[in-house]
Write a protein that binds this ligand. Sequence first.
Ligand code: AMP
Length: 210
Amino acid sequence: MIRLALMGAPASGKGTQAYHIVQKYGIPHISTGDILRAEIAKESEVGKEVQAVIASGALVSDDLMIKIIENRLIEPDCKKGFILDGFPRTIVQAEKLAQLVTLDKVIYINTPDEVILSRITAREICPDCGVSYNKTLLPSIEKGICDHCHVPLIQRPDDTREAGIARLKTFHAQSSPLVDYYAEKGKLAEVDGTFDVEVVKEKIDKVLDM
Ligand code: AMP
């Protein structure tokens, strides 16, 4: 049983690294961004509520996110552990999460803003499985097609340079205080996200094997 959370700015590689961790431990990958995008695709009430907020680069309300995560963590597959990707993003969310479960480790992928911005605009995602590619650094085998689902890749509407800058501002203002929060609790493992996917993966493996 291992309960993990991955933290990092947008496009710092959280989703890609979560994918490797899922392969390694067989635990569910809980990406709040993927959950919200699925609600938008379904045109549900929640989807309609969050669409404009996500496009602007701001955060969805803590109340809604906590409700979503509470419902997800009681699913039977979470009994063997999980990896959270994109949650918590605020201190309020972290405090609520601590009332629900005890995390074993929080991995913070620390990546400079200029690297983030160049990655955001080159990113493509699979609308079905949510896996991310990078047109130059991590391309799909067949151009524009998901390696796993074989459906056409899309660009996220919030992966423009303008929205990217807004999302980085949001990250620094609201999410980066979590670095100190988890460091003080002795849970934080910081990994340099500037390197290639494989190198970051090895660094995370080392942290998890400790
Ligand atoms: P992500 O795919 O993790 O980059 O998330 C995409 C967008 O969904 C974010 O920019 C936020 O608007 C929203 N979102 C995802 N997770 C959260 C969260 N834990 N708290 C608030 N908003 C979130």
